[in-house]
Design a protein around this ligand. Structure first.
Ligand code: NAD
Length: 487
């Protein structure tokens, strides 16, 4: 297990020797101590990335792609080990870590490996005698800041397009969950990425993260995290006007219409909120149900949620693990109190499980709360296995409730009416809408939000656009003397 910073192709201690404890959320036992980067370490990483940039960006795009494809293969070969690291570090159930996180991560590197030499500029039809072509050129050194909820996957979403486009990277994983990112760094070296192309600085947000966001040598910051910190990143970035891409919080509306297939809606809605213990920006955390099917739906939904197997992430039977930290568990549970004070009714859960085997860990039971759409519990991101339930009478009311938060990231709707599906999908304020499904992602499909959920997109051609700049080149093909001052 790697526990140092990765700078200029080497694992190194922090300059001042500081370390951060990494805990296993299943029982809060110490897994390891990881070197803690501060400003001076971040400077070294940015310098290394800047030195690596000319060679990396000049390399044939197909050669950059080949390295990403090799990395994807190595990730699949190391699937068991990577899944284990992710499970002990984050609390993801091992079956999800293995079948979802690792596989989606490999698919993402593979997609961008294939993309590297297919992403191209254009020729613009301008006036006669001139050739105008537009190249997509890399930005330079890119800073990437990642949260703790899906560290392996999000590292892939950021590194894949940034590297394919020819940028070099300094990535700061969350101080809580750095282990899989360090292993990925090791694999990049193993498959032949040149030193300095990928650098990993584990550190706290207010020191290492803030310094990276302020750094004049960094041309772009890609940030995934909370809306509050996203605003600070924008502030920090303004010194050199760096580009900023923000993937922030969400409060996903998940609407069940009266004509929905109830069985499918129950199952999909449980996945929408309880996968990864609800620690997902796109989680379907607001269930909005037509009043005529609310009782039938809730009866089945509560039954399914109550049957979810909560437990040790390393048990292959486990369907929900612990939350990723004690602080976060306490924050999630505080929303149960907030909901009660607002007059909400707890229909299920709302507490830590009573099983003594889980007593030391950060566990919270699947929690379902009946709340008004305007309640804090239904407006603020809880980021846990906590879903609010609100009912509606008609489509207009469903839409008004769906659009009544400051966020606009992911949302879902369940209906068998085709025109309702399309008209609602068009009207919901969100970066992503799933119809009769929830939480689908694919490396080719743009991922991101609107409003307080941020701006810019990950994945697909959109991500390649976001990691490059358009450079317009004009050529006077006929070599005519310009007419302006002819004598
Ligand atoms: P966070 O905002 O606290 O931290 C995210 C990252 O930012 C961490 O690496 C942290 O160390 C760093 N950071 C903290 N302070 C910083 C500062 N002043 N300057 C620079 N970096 C700083 O978020 P979190 O608690 O780690 O993650 C949960 C949040 O992330 C939720 O709000 C969730 O919705 C959001 N999220 C969004 C997406 C998305 O794609 N839209 C995906 C996952 C998570």
């Amino acid at each position: 297990m790697r526990n140092q910073l990765f700078i200029d192709g080497k694992f190194v201690d922090a300059l001042d020797g500081a370390t951060i404890e990494v805990l296993n959320p299943h029982d809060n036992s110490l897994i390891t101590r990881v070197a803690e980067a501060k400003a001076a370490d971040v400077d070294l990483a940015v310098d290394a990335a800047a030195r690596a940039f000319p060679r990396w960006s000049a390399m044939a795009a197909a050669d950059r792609g080949r390295l990403l494809l090799k990395l994807a293969d190595r990730i699949e070969e190391e699937a068991d080990e990577l899944a284990l690291l992710e499970a002990i570090d984050t609390g993801h159930p091992i079956r999800d870590a293995r079948n979802i996180d690792v596989m989606r991560t490999a698919a993402c590197y593979r997609y961008f490996g294939g993309m590297a030499d297919k992403f191209q500029g254009s020729v613009i039809p301008v006036e006669a005698g001139f050739l105008n072509y537009v190249q997509r050129v890399p930005i330079g050194v890119v800073g990437q800041i990642v949260p703790w909820n899906f560290p392996l996957m999000f590292t892939g979403w950021k590194l894949g397009p940034a590297l394919a486009a020819g940028n070099t990277v300094v990535i700061k994983p969350s101080e809580i969950t750095p282990l899989s990112t360090l292993r990925i760094a090791e694999l990049t070296a193993e498959v032949g990425f040149p030193a300095g192309v990928v650098n990993v600085v584990v550190g706290y947000g207010e020191t290492a993260g803030q310094h990276l966001a302020e750094h004049p040598g960094v041309g772009k910051i890609s940030f995934t995290g909370s809306t509050a910190i996203g605003r600070r990143v924008v502030e920090a970035s303004k010194g050199n006007l760096k580009r900023v891409q923000l993937e922030l919080g969400g409060k996903g509306a998940n609407i069940v219409f009266e004509d929905a297939n109830i069985k499918a809606a129950v199952n999909g809605s449980a996945w929408a909120i309880f996968h990864n213990q609800g620690q997902a920006c796109i989680a379907g955390s607001r269930l909005i149900i037509h009043e005529r099917v609310a009782d039938e739906f809730l009866d089945q939904f509560i039954g399914l949620a109550a049957s979810i197997r909560l437990g040790d992430p390393l048990n292959p039977e486990t369907e929900m693990g612990p939350l990723t930290s004690t602080i976060h568990r306490d924050r999630v549970l505080s929303y149960v109190e907030i909901a009660r004070e607002e007059g909400g009714e707890v229909l299920l859960g709302g507490k830590a499980p009573s099983d003594p085997a889980l007593a030391k860990g950060c566990y919270v039971e699947p929690t379902i709360v009946r709340a008004k759409a305007s309640d804090r519990a239904a407006q603020e991101e809880v980021f846990g296995p906590f879903v609010t339930v609100t009912t509606f009478k008609d489509d207009a009311e469903a839409l008004a409730i769906a659009n009544c938060t400051e966020y606009g990231l992911g949302s879902g709707l369940w209906t068998s009416n085709l025109s309702r599906a399309h008209s609602m999908a068009a009207s919901i304020r969100a970066g992503m809408v799933w119809v009769n499904s929830y939480k689908r992602v694919n490396p080719g499909s743009p991922f991101g939000g609107t409003g307080q959920s941020g701006y810019g997109r990950e994945m697909g051609f959109e991500a390649m656009n976001d990691y490059t700049e358009a450079k317009s080149i004009w050529v006077n093909v006929d070599a005519q003397v310009p007419p302006h001052f002819q004598r």
